[in-house]
Design a protein around this ligand. Sequence first.
Ligand code: GLN
Length: 404
Amino acid sequence: MAILSPRSGVQANNSFERRPRFASDRTEHFVESVIREMSRLANKYGAVNLAQGFPDFPAPASIKQAAIDAINADINQYPITWGLKPFRDAIARKYQSTYGLTFDPETEITVTCGSTEAMIATLLATTNPGDEVIVFEPFYENYFPDTQICGATRRLVTLHAPHWTFEPEELRRAFNSRTKAIIINTPNNPTGRVFSREELGFIAGLCQEFDAIAITDEIYEHILYDGLEHTPILSLPGMRDRTVLINSMSKTYSVTGWRVGWTLASADLSASIRKVHDFLTVGAASPLQQAGVHALASDASYYADLSTHYGERRELILEILTEAGFQPLRPQGAYYVMADISKFGFENDRAFAMHLVENIGVSCVPGSSFFETPGVGDQWVRFCFCKKIETLEAARERLKALKH
Ligand code: GLN
């Protein structure tokens, strides 16, 4: 028997709302991804797609060439289930050179089909039904079905606008003897928040006090603005053996469709994750892992240029949205902007997003898809800006028709 979740009532138009025949209980109370639904609607209405976070410009030529070369070199069969050895070595080298962190490629690195698989495999490998998992709200929408499939109970802790910070006391109260894990996504989707070393230190202390693990989604690690730096919580004292660090090639190398991600964790944690991963997917695409060897060897200028590139687009989208009557918040990292829509006078975020995609020709993501608490997402929509300048300019033109 499934427990009724408030979230199942939020997206009333979602096509997965009706329970299909033969469906299992575990599928009943989550809905189709609203992010991907908004991409589909963008295609249907010919709208400028600022909903789903994927680049509309080409991936780096040398990385594409490395994948073509790998296919031609016949790296086309199953890799070892936990990842092609040269790619695991490349991952180890990258974390050694970037953070001075040492991982054993044989026992501590597992290559997955994107960070999406990494997250669900980790949760399946570490939680039992009834365990509690702390999730900051707003959250990347996958964490809802991920925890639900595991039968884990989400304990929500609010990130407060406009700076998207949490109250330390609220976080402390969320921890208890049933807490198994906390999910941390920094730089954060959808808010762009970059957690400070002090905040991560506080979380690390609670994880140790309550014997919980940290599961971190660090896929926007290299997309940072205003001179901010990324700190993996795994690098803080006492966290090496109680953190699963998740990352992927998708955002850093602009290859979101490749589906190549990884987990870094102690040999013990990795052994459990590998068991789940093996039976879920066997492995990520071999030639793309081989291309990852080349990508992960990029020099520091590649990563600096990435932040500069997105930093320019951040300024542009903030200008465009402000001009159009939104009240956007300036992100510290990642490539999304949360924009307040209260001034437009719509019933809620979903009604607004539907108007925008159907009548104005711009697609965004309704804020409620990042919240479980009913009502609190209604004033927000999320725009992504990982797009060509001309795409953002096309959105500017269309948004001129929006009344405010
Ligand atoms: N991470 C991206 C977003 O938030 C894409 C998610 C997805 O569709 N896998 O838009």
